[in-house]
Write a protein that binds this ligand. Structure first.
Ligand code: URA
Length: 196
């Protein structure tokens, strides 16, 4: 396919090279009428195999944070900034590899498509990659944005650490703090979405 050509379907996407090593593209999932959209970085190993976002260990943590924030996962739309799993083999395990800026930009086509389809009121950006993709600002630093309500193209955006960081940060207090930012961002998104 001509790389300049816009693919009609996500599963046919060749806008960057990540499709080659992935099992499949992982589309967003959730209600079309959702007022809150959660954006992660990219599918992980489990998501790549299942074809669904946030169904592995990071997804389990996200589910717990949603419960603690009193937000029903069935009412939100969950997706990723990059739709194919980027990985490198370590031993026998496929380990996550951070997507390159050009891959995030190539995949923005699909994020825009989802934003047009869902028209959420609030987007929760989970981690720096999601924040860069949603805000279209690659130099934005995550930490100063925590707890703030940002605005992009008429959309309210709140940021949180990525669920994987809340699982894997080296010390327990960093993990707890990261988890709390996720719960706080989800609760804030729910309050913003409920405003008329
Ligand atoms: N991490 C993400 O950013 N997204 C997923 O879907 C799973 C793990």
């Amino acid at each position: 396919m001509d790389p300049q050509q816009q693919p009609a379907r996500l599963e046919d996407c060749r806008r960057c090279g990540l499709w080659r090593d992935a099992t499949q593209a992982v589309p967003g999932e959730g209600r079309r009428s959702a007022s809150i959209m959660l954006v992660g970085e990219q599918p992980g190993d489990k998501e790549d195999l299942a074809g669904q976002p946030f169904v592995g260990p990071a997804g389990a943590l996200l589910d717990r944070a949603l419960r603690d924030a009193d937000v029903d996962r069935k009412t939100v739309y969950v997706t990723n900034a990059v739709k194919h799993f980027k990985w490198q083999l370590r031993g026998k395990r496929r380990m996550h590899k951070t997507p390159a800026q050009r891959e995030i930009e190539a995949c923005h086509y699909w994020l825009e498509d989802e934003l047009r389809m869902i028209t959420p009121r609030v987007v929760v950006a989970l981690g720096a990659t999601a924040l860069h993709a949603v805000m279209e600002a690659k130099s934005l630093t995550l930490t100063p944005q925590l707890g703030r309500v940002l605005e992009h193209d008429g959309l309210a955006v709140v940021a949180a650490y990525h669920p994987s960081y809340a699982l894997r940060a080296p010390d327990a207090s960093a993990r707890r703090h990261a988890y709390e930012t996720i719960v706080a961002a989800l609760a804030q998104a729910a309050r913003l979405a409920a405003r008329t």
